[in-house]
Each structure stands twice: as structure tokens, then as C-alpha cells.
Design a protein around this ligand. Structure first.
Ligand code: SAM
Length: 282
């Protein structure tokens, strides 16, 4: 990270890439027991949260991520009532999940409470549903929570974690996916943020392999733009035993809430993958 004059840069030397936002000022920084959390005010992207100097969320483009990490899986599931979010501490995914009238309970398991407390202060719109009676905010390791969760108790699991390093590393492997399979009901769906197709293709391949080894019959990756993440091109990967190519089109078309990015055409189009990805997942 270099705070050269009034720019913040996320530098990824392993990929030879960096991305910068012009900033007005740094508003906050603290080292928690898990990570360093920083908050900036930017000239054109609103507030910015970084974790260990990696872009996490901005006011301006978080909708791309939070809508796609929620609505694709929730409209694919036939009747999502019980949802669990692993990570998601900025609470944007929780807000989108709770827009669905079928959802009876949304549990968020975030390892670092300080992420949520800072988000409540600096990103209040992302946290507007935190006091919904259906919301259940827990501060725990998602790996342990899943290991302790009862069999066949959840309809949709959303893994909205940081990159597969540090506390999030154990969220991207066979052992964890096996627990998710056990905790999901038969028609349950798992969806995970699975990084950039351009920079992290081997990871994406290993996620598909591990999810299938965990006895998820079907896996599907969808793609979407995300300006502030490395390469500006991001993915989510779904796993389930049902047909992941079908979704509740009418419910999505007649949804009772507004979205800035997600719609039924985007839902379908996001699964149209370029040749290099199709080959990688075949
Ligand atoms: N949208 C972001 C992205 O794609 O990088 C993720 C948003 S959210 C801030 C990521 C959260 O995952 C962080 O708050 C981090 O504390 C949390 N996290 C990482 N490992 C975790 C674990 N094992 N259990 C629960 N939460 C975890």
C-alpha cells in the first residue's frame, strides 16, 4: 500500500497489478486480532473499506457484488427460508438477502466484529437491515460454526469471505464444502465468491473440483464486473444437487425490491462464460 499524496493503491505484486482510488482523507484505521481495517473517504467512490490493504467495499460499486452474491442463488433456490452468510461483515449481502420475502431467517457469521461495527458507522446504508427481526448476527469463525451446525437445516449458504488466505483459507476446501453439504437440505444451494477469472483461474478450478468431491452434483460459475477488485472482473460459484440452470424467472421479474444491477437477463447472461473458462471447468 502506498499513500502517495492523495491516492490509495492496492498492490498485488504476485499478479503484477495495482489499482488506485483518489482519496480525500483516511478516516480510521485499527488492527484487530484478525486483520487491519482501514476506512478512507475517496473523491469519487464514496467511503472505502480495506482489510489488510486490500479493497473490500466502496459506496459506489458494492452493489455489483452484493446483488450478484445474493439474488442469483436465492432466485435459483425453489423456496429459500433459512440462509447463512459466512463472512459478509460489511452487511451488504445480509441486506440483499433480507429483501426476499421468502426468507424467514438470515444468519451472518463474521469472524471479526469490528468489521461490522465500523461498517455500521461508515456504511450505514449497507447495515440498514441489521435490526430486521429475521437477522441473526453472530461473531464467530465460519468454519467452526458450520462444523457445529445441524444436518439439513439450511436452504442457502453464501460464502462472502476475504481472499483464501489467513482466516478465510479454510473456507475454500473439501473439508468445509463437505460440512456445507451436510448442513444444507437436499435442494440446498451453496454460493461462494470465487475471485477473478483472469488472475485466479487455478483457484476456480480447484473450487469446482472440491465442491464436486464434496458430493455436490452440479457446480456453476457466474461472472460480473467489479471495478475495485483485482482485474475488475469477478465471479461467484454455485453448487447444488438440483438444476442450477433454472431459476424462478417470474419471481425475479416480479420482485418487490429494486436492484441496480441484477435482473433476469443479467442472471442468465452471467453464466455465459468465455472459452478459456469453459475449458477450465470441463
Ligand atoms: N466482498 C468482500 C470480498 O469479496 O473480498 C468480502 C466482504 S466481507 C468484508 C469479508 C469478510 O470475511 C471479512 O469481514 C472477514 O473478517 C470475514 N472472514 C474471513 N474469514 C472468515 C471466517 N473463517 N469466518 C467468518 N468470517 C470470515
Amino acid at each position: 500500500m502506498n499513500l502517495d499524496k492523495n491516492w490509495f493503491s492496492e498492490i498485488n505484486p504476485q499478479f503484477g497489478v495495482a489499482f488506485s482510488l483518489q482519496i480525500k482523507e483516511k478516516l480510521h484505521e485499527e488492527q484487530t486480532q484478525y486483520q487491519k481495517i482501514s476506512i478512507y473517504d475517496t473523491t469519487d467512490f464514496g467511503k472505502l473499506m480495506t482489510i489488510d490493504d486490500l479493497f473490500m467495499v466502496t459506496d459506489r460499486d458494492n452493489f455489483l457484488y452484493h446483488e450478484m452474491m445474493s439474488h442469483i442463488a436465492l432466485f435459483t433456490h425453489p423456496n429459500p427460508r433459512h440462509v447463512v452468510i459466512i463472512g459478509g461483515g460489511d452487511c451488504g449481502t445480509l441486506r440483499e438477502v433480507l429483501r426476499h420475502p421468502t426468507v424467514e431467517q438470515a444468519t451472518q457469521v463474521e469472524i471479526d466484529e469490528r468489521v461490522t461495527r465500523l461498517s455500521e458507522h461508515y456504511f450505514p446504508s449497507l447495515c440498514e437491515s441489521n435490526h430486521d427481526p429475521r437477522a441473526n448476527l453472530l461473531f464467530d469463525d465460519g468454519i467452526q460454526w458450520m462444523a457445529d451446525a445441524p444436518d439439513q437445516s439450511i436452504d442457502v449458504i453464501i460464502i462472502d469471505s476475504t481472499d483464501p488466505v489467513g482466516p478465510a483459507e479454510g473456507l475454500f476446501n473439501l473439508a468445509f464444502y463437505r460440512q456445507c453439504r451436510r448442513v444444507l437440505r437436499e435442494d440446498g444451494i451453496l454460493v461462494q465468491q470465487t475471485e477473478s477469472p483472469l488472475l485466479h483461474l487455478p483457484l476456480l478450478q480447484s473450487v469446482h473440483q472440491a465442491m464436486r468431491a464434496a458430493e455436490f452434483k452440479n457446480t456453476r460459475t457466474f461472472q460480473f464486473p467489479l471495478c475495485t477488485y483485482p482485474s475488475g472482473w469477478w465471479t461467484g460459484t454455485m453448487a447444488g444437487n438440483g438444476d442450477l440452470t433454472q431459476f424462478r424467472v417470474e419471481a425475479a421479474q416480479n420482485k418487490t425490491f429494486a436492484t441496480q444491477y441484477y435482473n433476469t437477463e443479467i442472471h442468465q447472461a452471467s453464466f455465459a462464460l468465455p472459452n478459456f473458462m469453459q475449458q477450465a471447468f470441463s
